[in-house]
Write a protein that binds this ligand. Structure first.
Ligand code: GLN
Length: 543
């Protein structure tokens, strides 16, 4: 059995197609089906790795080392499964594959064209994850909005796929926006009608419409959409704003979307076992405790740039029945005059914990170093991730080893003390795309460390995305001064975790634990960190 659910979007982008796709995947998985999720991104980049987070939000990394759109991260967090490079397709990837075949002579004598060569390659890539994972249902999200020039070859490939398969093997869902006009107190359906018309012009008829609206849809509105868009009224689904995206599966289930899809795909009706999921959602709604955690970053204006981090904190919080209040602190602001004078630490006070996430380039580095110092000297729980580790190492070298000009070779190539240096195998690399240390690597945890007790394991696999690392030439000096190596690569050459001895909870990691946190299984280090923040909070005198 091989069935496809295709999710397209209309009217505007940013309507939450990814959440809809992930929710459908989850509901079918919890109904006992083997499911896979795939994202199609119609941009020409080969992967998301070379894009600024301001353009598309966070770059996610799969276990097999592909730099993808953040939707893949959301799929993993919902499905509680690791996906791979095959679950993510871009226009760049499709053309790259076809052009390489053309150069190899695979089409000798032929004119290589969008139809059939590009569309055939798209269909091959669409089938790949479902074949590899022996999935029964593949949920495919088409990025962008119907009507975009870029997505046409993908929609054409999906049209062909639909025609090649029996009717009951594909189900098309269109996610649209219904604007509400206050003056006339009306919900307007016209943009949705136009968007469906666009879809039909390219040979696709939606089987269901998910309508984003800031208020519930009255039956008359649903009937109108049904009539104009040729979709049964029961298959017009409300999609209200939700306090948390983790409420979406239950919201869609309560309207029978999973049943409607099962009917369309001629699958027997099964009840999704969503109890554990809903239990956690309930904890998000009514948490018993709160903590306040500061995130010192470079892209704080765009929260999507840190989506896996905020998700991991939320997962850990839900597991501990705790709401995590986030305080966004611009690293550049922390280097501003009034802070640099050693005056006000205002943005950092009243925090129960501090986290420095990954990043690139030297903007805001001194602010991050200053934040590390604050957490280290004030005994505030501190979690450094990737660049966060590097800043912690720089701060410690300057303050405790007396290496006042210590830096990373990334930010100061002429520093006398490059405590963070380029990875050995990065030295000859010049191309930027897909050339960092990427994907899952094993780390060995030392006994008696905070990390080891969080994981309750000696060996772990964690995902990486960096070019620089802790310089091993300085290892012993750090150890002697109280900053110790808590995990290394199996051959002991690369430092993966560093901890401070005289501090309640100071853990910094070279990898990205946030990529492996899921709603149903929070990451052990995030759990440990939020727990330490709770302990810190309860140790403060109550005001
Ligand atoms: N810029 C640093 C490096 O390349 C850190 C990367 C990151 O935080 N992901 O090593």
């Amino acid at each position: 059995m091989r069935k496809f659910v295709v999710v397209t979007g209309g009217v505007i982008s940013g309507l939450g197609k990814g959440v809809v796709a992930a929710s459908i995947g989850l509901l079918f998985k919890l109904s006992g089906y083997r499911v896979t999720l795939q994202k199609i991104d119609p941009y020409v980049n080969l992967d998301a790795g070379t894009m600024n987070p301001y353009e598309h939000g966070e770059v996610f990394v799969t276990a097999d080392g592909k730099e993808t759109d953040l939707d893949i991260g959301r799929y993993e967090r919902f499905l509680n499964e690791s996906l791979s490079a095959a679950n993510y397709i871009t226009t760049g990837q499709v053309y790259w594959n076809v052009i390489r075949q053309e150069r190899a002579g695979a089409f000798l004598g032929k004119t290589v064209q969008v139809i059939p060569h590009i569309t055939n390659e798209i269909k091959r890539l669409i089938n790949l994850p479902i074949e590899r994972e022996e999935a029964e249902i593949g949920v495919i999200e088409v990025g962008g909005t119907v009507g975009d020039i870029e997505s046409l070859p993908f929609l054409e490939a999906l049209r062909q796929l639909k025609d090649e398969l029996p009717r009951e093997d594909t189900f098309f869902i269109h996610v649209t926006l219904l604007p509400y006009l206050k003056g006339t107190d009306e919900i307007k359906t016209k943009p949705t009608q136009h968007s469906v018309k666009e879809l039909r012009a390219i040979g696709l008829q939606p089987d269901a419409i998910i309508a984003r609206c800031d208020r519930p849809l009255p039956p008359a509105v649903k009937q109108k959409i049904a009539l104009f868009c040729d979709v049964t009224t029961e298959n017009i689904i409300d999609d209200p704003e939700l306090p948390s995206i983790y409420e979406a599966p239950s919201m869609l289930k309560s309207q029978g979307l999973d049943r409607r899809i099962a009917e369309g795909l001629n699958l027997s009706a099964r009840e999704a076992a969503i109890g554990q999921w809903e239990g956690l959602v309930e904890r998000i709604r009514t948490p018993s405790r709160r903590v306040r955690i500061g995130i010192v970053g470079k892209y704080v204006e765009l929260k999507d740039a840190y989506m896996s981090i905020t998700s991991a904190l939320l997962h850990a919080g839900a597991a501990l029945d705790t709401h995590v209040d986030l305080e966004w602190i611009s690293a550049a602001r922390l280097t501003a005059e009034e802070c640099a004078d050693g005056g006000s630490e205002a943005p950092l006070s009243e925090l129960d914990g501090l986290l420095i996430p990954g990043g690139f380039g030297d903007r805001g580095i001194e602010g991050k170093v200053r934040a590390v110092k604050y957490a280290r000297t004030m005994g505030i729980p501190f979690f450094g991730i990737c660049l966060g580790l590097q800043c912690a190492v720089i701060e410690f070298a300057r303050a405790r080893l007396g290496l006042i000009a210590a830096n990373s070779a990334e930010f100061d190539p002429h520093t006398p003390d490059p405590v963070i240096g380029l990875l050995e195998n990065q030295r000859t690399i010049v191309e930027k795309g897909g050339t960092m240390r990427l994907g899952g690597y094993e780390a060995i945890l030392r006994e008696g460390t905070i990390s080891r007790s969080c994981y309750s394991a000696e060996r772990v696999m964690e995902r990486h995305r960096h070019r620089y690392e802790f310089n091993p030439a300085y290892r012993q000096r750090f150890e002697r001064a109280g900053m110790s190596v808590a995990a290394t690569s199996p051959d002991d050459s690369l430092v993966e975790i560093v901890e401070l001895k005289d501090h309640p909870w100071f853990v910094v990691v070279q990898f990205h634990p946030e990529f492996q946190s899921r709603f149903l299984s929070p990451h052990p280090l995030f759990r440990g960190f939020v727990k330490a923040c709770l302990d810190h909070e309860s140790s403060l005198p109550s005001s």
